[in-house]
Ligand binder design. Structure first.
Ligand SMILES: Nc1ncnc2c1ncn2[C@@H]1O[C@H](COP(=O)(O)O)[C@@H](OP(=O)(O)O)[C@H]1O
Ligand SMILES: [Mg+2]
Ligand SMILES: [Mg+2]
Ligand SMILES: [Mg+2]
Length: 331
């Protein structure tokens, strides 16, 4: 029986509303609506607005739950932030039942500042994962997960540009993925409330497997993945895609492996970049770890500081892929 039925319903509503914001912006984004953050990565009015929408909806049902969210309102305050703040406010209010004022908007965004840790309940939110994909008109995802005592219990992901059927890439787009611990995982199209149970592929011969990875070589090394693929005798070209849509692809069997291989020794993966994807993989019969085969540790704060990279696959081939990673990185 579902333990988090109420959370599931609220999370689905929040992710769908935030996805709506992204779709609206997508059709009319202008260059002044994108900011470059201190770490040189982009953020748009849609990222801020999606975070405000999700945090507002979560707060209404679960006022005591802290949120580890990617964005903060720093760049939106004061005179310099006025124009962008006004755009975000009107966007946010266009999908909320009760309108916010400017102060409430900034407060809602900053409710995502929780430092994380091993105790109690918390949500983690990536309002747009794959902002670079979003800006290119390619894949991105609104990603929300519930973590309890350091364990991911629920993940909901909205993928507005993902084809509902991998084999019909020109067909309908827009899918929602829902996974709850012990309950399996489901795909729902944006146009319907019907849920279809999904599962990973059953490929057991790794040489026949296909893998997906980031479009951005700065996020995951394409050179290392090509060498690991060759070690495994894999010949299919990699499926390059932005965002946690990669987890969705593996979870419904479009690809068999998701490789995320560190490009910098000092980089720590953010929990919001992987929490919803990790439970989706586990609940569809897959396996996920870091590149050394270590389980992901969600209890250490806002990042996965005890882990390096990510390997997510169907369960049959996980150990073989980890073996190849070991061989490659420890040569
Ligand atoms: N050097 C790096 N290594 C790995 N991930 C990185 C990175 N720099 C940024 N990222 C993360 O990569 C995410 C996108 O992943 P992908 O390449 O799979 O689409 C970004 O999420 P956002 O787009 O939410 O900022 C960001 O958090
Ligand atoms: Mg970002
Ligand atoms: Mg992200
Ligand atoms: Mg993001």
């Amino acid at each position: 029986m579902s333990v988090f039925a109420a959370e599931r319903t609220v999370a689905i509503n929040a992710v769908l509303r935030a996805s709506e914001v992204c779709q609206k912006v997508f059709k009319q984004l202008v260059s002044t609506e994108t900011i470059t953050k201190k770490d040189k990565t982009p953020v748009t009015i849609a990222d801020f607005s999606a975070q405000a929408v999700v945090n507002t909806i979560l707060y209404k049902s679960f006022p005591n739950d802290p949120i580890v969210g990617e964005e903060d309102s720093g760049d939106l305050r004061g005179d310099t932030g006025k124009e962008i703040r006004e755009r975000i406010l009107s966007l946010t209010n266009s999908v909320l039942d009760e309108p916010l004022d400017e102060e409430k908007l900034l407060d809602a965004i900053d409710r995502g500042s929780y430092p994380g840790g091993s105790q109690g309940r918390m949500w983690t939110l990536d309002p747009i994962d794959g902002t670079k994909g979003f800006l290119r008109g390619e894949q991105f995802a609104v990603c929300l997960a519930l973590i309890v005592g350091g364990n991911v219990q629920l993940g909901v992901m909205g993928c507005p540009n993902l084809p509902v059927d991998f084999n019909a890439p020109e067909g309908e787009r827009g899918c929602l993925f829902i996974a709850e611990k012990g309950q399996g995982a489901f795909q729902r199209n944006f146009s319907s409330t019907e849920e279809t149970k999904i599962h990973v592929s059953d490929v057991s011969s790794v040489s026949e497997a296909s893998f997906c990875e980031s479009v951005e070589a700065a996020h995951s090394s394409h050179d290392d993945s090509a060498q690991i693929a060759s070690l495994l005798g894999m010949t299919k070209p990699s499926l390059r895609m932005d965002s946690q849509c990669k987890y969705c692809s593996v979870s419904r069997g479009d690809a068999d492996i998701y490789l995320r291989l560190p490009t910098r020794a000092d980089y720590e993966e953010n929990i919001w970049d992987h929490a919803s994807g990790s439970i989706l993989i586990q609940e569809t019969g897959g396996e996920i770890s870091d590149i050394n085969g270590k389980p992901l540790d969600w209890s250490l704060g806002r990042t996965l500081k005890a882990n390096k990279g990510i390997v997510a696959t169907n369960s049959k081939i996980h150990s073989k892929v980890i073996e190849a990673c070991n061989k490659h990185f420890n040569k």
